[in-house]
Ligand binder design. Structure first.
Ligand code: DL6
Length: 802
């Protein structure tokens, strides 16, 4: 068997020659007349060549050893830029920089030229991207399956402070990392009907499309292993209608292609509400069916008995979006491979695992039985029979049932068809048992498990924070990059004044760089010695950007009244997009921008407070903001944030957290120590209790002079003088429909913020705590998370020898 081992690294000259070769022979460009795009493409191809060795070796070893494979099915992969990530994992960063410099090119300019691959909305998609990299680092034979959306997450800009969406077009330039695999193509059907032929159900689809594969290799740290991201594009199954075209009916001739391409045209721009629309269901089935057909084809090329599928294959469902995998795998096993019902169900369940990422009831998908029955008639039959079987096998309460009130509950389907169901933080997994899957958990008490999320330290430290990475290397060695637990050895340095100074210098350098970027791109002058207070995430009511915005207003108001009261200067950063149709979230964006405009123009507080909301937050912007953060805002209503991963990235990069006991904040606080975390707010239990008092918001507002002042200023049009009643609706909701308990938590948040202010004024203490945050954040590596899935869910060992 071939084995995957360390890489022989090319020299500067060899890489320079490779880049020139690609410039000439792949791009047909002369070095003297090449644009930045040409240099980026040539550099990417040169790096891609280096990825092939570990990729081939990992593939060969997996075939040769018959190792068990993991398939991660996800409608989202928020991968961001790939060039720098690949260079860093292959250890080629300096070599490439030197090779390009020899050609008069600057690596950082070339890196900046790459568009972000934004095939995801937020945490769920970014987690999938971290997992692919961690599986490649830990040595898991793995494929990620998703959709090759032509338009990823929309671009956000602000017009008069309001979010405006424009299409994202990352594929308008060729994507250098992918390999088209036209030979890997599968027919996916929709609609039609199911009929009995010789006692067997047969689906006769009314529409078909072809799913065609594109592969992107993902190399792990030091190129010891690689995983594959296989994305599907929609193509027509019928040939181009030349006759129609020749008759001048160009639209009809192009219709089948347009229809098929619709499936991979756009990423669904929401991560919290079920689309309820046919296209979304079709997209989910398209990806899932193509992936399962591909998995079975690969399996059968190696093994003969489909009953052994779970011995060799583990399939993980990233949320309910691919939950149709249960009935689809059964359909393929029964209708195409003649397996019996019971065996197909047992095999499918033993193969599938399901990760739940939300407790928000509106985000647990449900499809009307009408839609499911018309788009996927055969699957509807299978779902109904799975449900009947489950009902027969268990004395279940009336609340349990996949099909209820003319709806298919995809969460229940995913649960029933998986051998393991996991939450994504300790608190979330417990709440999953108590709430969304309360009854199913009672029937299957061993099914729910926890795998706390993690983030890859390669991208989220080594790539994005070279200043701190270098300091870590010098202080504790480079081992942390592969084993983030090594950070523990940093702990004693928190007491070392000389180290604290170096640590502070690294943070300051990152802040200076961010301040320069803010000045260049937004024309806002900010003080790098002010506290950088950062809230970056999707705009959602439960994440409570509104609470932060109210506190900003209160702070400004207080500063104006006593500008000489020794305030800690702050810069409040916001970053994030709202779903296009989410009115309330868009209104909050508008308010934050109006508040920023007002505060940033105030000469009285200019040296004390600034508000910065750069548009179009994405992975690359996160890489810029996170290393420069002093304070990490993790302020969701307790019980609502499943885990969070931004909270982990910020902790790892030495920010202190101000947060509620929600999601993975709980574990962060336990690990870094309660003294090194600014806690505030109601607990998940407390939230439930407080909601029972229907006057909770009014009472809290009446008790808080600060909050009353804030609401008064907003309602008077202080931040929107051109339209004084702009936020009347928002203020009315704050008084009467405060579902996320902004008012109830306001005073406690204010106090915690003032504690942060006080600590920041003694930098020795702040830095000591920040260092302890870094030193104790090793647990939040996605390598640890992946090892958890391998042991608890997939039953897969590492393919790497060491
Ligand atoms: O597990 C990844 C990520 C968590 O860190 C976030 O807390 C959670 O909100 C997010 N969930 C989703 C699912 N939304 N829907 N559907 O994005 O998952």
């Amino acid at each position: 068997a071939s084995s995957v081992s360390g890489l022989a690294r090319p020299t500067v000259d060899a890489l320079r020659a490779k880049i020139l070769h690609h410039l000439e022979y792949t791009l047909a460009k002369d070095a003297g007349h090449s644009s930045r795009y040409d240099w980026r493409m040539a550099t990417s191809f040169a790096i891609r060549d280096e990825m092939l060795k570990p990729w081939f070796a990992a593939t060969r070893q997996t075939y040769d050893t018959g190792a068990k494979r993991v398939y991660y099915l996800s409608m989202e992969f928020l991968i961001g830029r790939l060039l720098e990530d690949a260079m860093i994992n292959l250890g080629l960063h300096e070599t490439i920089a030197a090779a390009l410099a020899a050609e008069g090119q600057t690596l950082s300019d070339i890196i900046e030229d790459e568009p972000d691959a934004a095939l995801g909305n937020g945490g769920l998609g970014r987690l999938a991207a971290c997992f692919l990299e961690s599986m490649a680092t830990v040595g898991v034979p793995a494929h990620g399956y998703g959709i090759r959306y032509e338009h990823g997450l929309f671009r956000q800009r602000f017009e008069g402070g309001q979010q405006v969406e424009t299409p994202e077009d990352w594929l308008s330039q060729p994507h250098p990392w992918e390999f088209a695999r036209p030979e890997a193509a599968y027919i996916v059907g929709f609609k039609g009907h199911s009929e009995l032929r010789r006692g067997k159900s047969v689906w006769v689809p009314g529409e078909t499309v072809k799913a065609s594969a594109y592969d992107t290799p993902v190399v792990g740290w030091q190129g010891k292993w690689a995983s594959t991201l296989r994305l599907w594009a929609g193509l027509p199954t019928t040939q181009f209608d030349l006759e129609r075209f020749n008759n001048g009916d160009y639209t009809a001739a192009a219709a089948p292609e347009a229809l098929a391409r619709t499936l991979s045209r756009v990423l669904y721009p929401d991560d919290t509400t079920p689309a309820g629309k046919e296209l979304r269901l079709k997209q989910e089935y398209f990806m899932t069916s193509a992936a399962l057909q591909d998995i079975l084809r690969r399996y059968q090329s190696q093994f003969s008995t489909l009953a052994d599928l779970p011995k060799h294959v583990a399939i993980q469902l990233n949320d309910t979006h691919p939950a149709i995998a249960g009935p689809e795998l059964m359909r393929l096993l029964m209708d195409q491979h003649d397996m019996g019902w019971d065996e197909a169900q047992t095999v499918a369940r033993a193969t599938l695992g399901y990760t739940n990422h939300t407790l928000l009831p509106e985000a647990l998908e449900r499809w009307s039985t009408y839609l499911m029955g018309s788009v996927l008639p055969r699957h509807m039959e299978i779902i109904q029979r799975i449900d009947e079987d489950h009902a027969k096998a268990h004395k279940r309460p009336p609340s349990v049932g996949i099909v209820q009130h003319n709806e298919v509950k995809m969460g229940d389907l995913a649960f029933i068809m998986s051998h393991k169901v996991n939450g994504v933080s300790a608190l979330h997994s417990e709440l999953v048992k108590e709430t969304v899957f309360h009854d199913l958990h009672k029937l299957h008490p061993d099914r729910i498990t926890n795998e706390t999320n993690g983030v890859t330290p390669r991208r989220w430290m080594r790539l994005s924070n070279p200043a701190l990475s270098t300091l870590l290397d010098e202080t504790i060695g480079e081992g942390w990059t592969r084993d983030l637990d090594h950070l523990k050895t940093l702990e004693p340095f928190a007491q070392d004044a000389a180290f604290r100074e170096k640590f502070a210098a690294a943070k300051r350098a990152n802040k200076v760089a961010l301040a320069g970027w803010v000045q260049d791109t937004m024309g806002i002058d900010i003080n790098p010695d002010a506290m950088f207070d950062i809230q970056i995430k999707r705009l959602h009511e439960y994440k409570r950007q509104l609470l932060n915005c109210f506190e900003t207003i209160a702070l400004w108001h207080n500063m104006r009244q006593t500008p000489d009261a020794g305030w800690t200067p702050r810069v409040k950063f916001f970053g994030g997009k709202s779903a296009p149709g989410y009115f309330v979230a868009k209104e909050i964006i508008h308010l934050i921008n109006d508040v920023a405009r007002t505060i940033n123009a105030d000469p009285v507080t200019g040296h004390l407070l600034k508000v910065v909301y750069p548009p179009n937050y994405n992975v690359s912007m996160a890489q810029r903001l996170i290393p420069a953060a002093d304070l990490s805002e993790q302020i969701s209503t307790a019980g609502k944030e499943a885990s969070g991963t931004g909270n982990m990235k910020l902790t790892l990069n030495g920010a202190l957290t101000i947060g509620t006991l929600d999601g993975a904040n709980v574990e962060i606080r336990d690990l870094v120590g309660a003294d090194n975390f600014f806690l505030f707010g109601l607990t998940a239990d407390g939230v439930e209790k407080r909601r029972k008092n229907i006057n909770h918001a009014r009472e809290a507002i009446e008790d808080s002079q600060n909050l009353r002042d804030v609401l008064q200023m907003i309602v008077e049009g202080r931040f929107s003088p051109e339209e004084p009643d702009r936020y009347h609706g928002l203020v009315d909701r704050a008084w009467h429909h405060d579902h996320y308990l902004v008012a109830a938590d306001f005073d406690s948040y204010w106090e915690a913020q003032r504690a942060a202010d006080a600590l920041y004024r003694t930098p020795q203490d702040w830095n000591r705590k920040a260092i302890l945050n870094v030193a104790r954040s090793g647990f939040f590596s996605s390598d640890r998370t992946i090892r958890g899935y391998m042991a608890d869910i997939w039953d897969v060992p590492s393919a790497l020898k060491d």
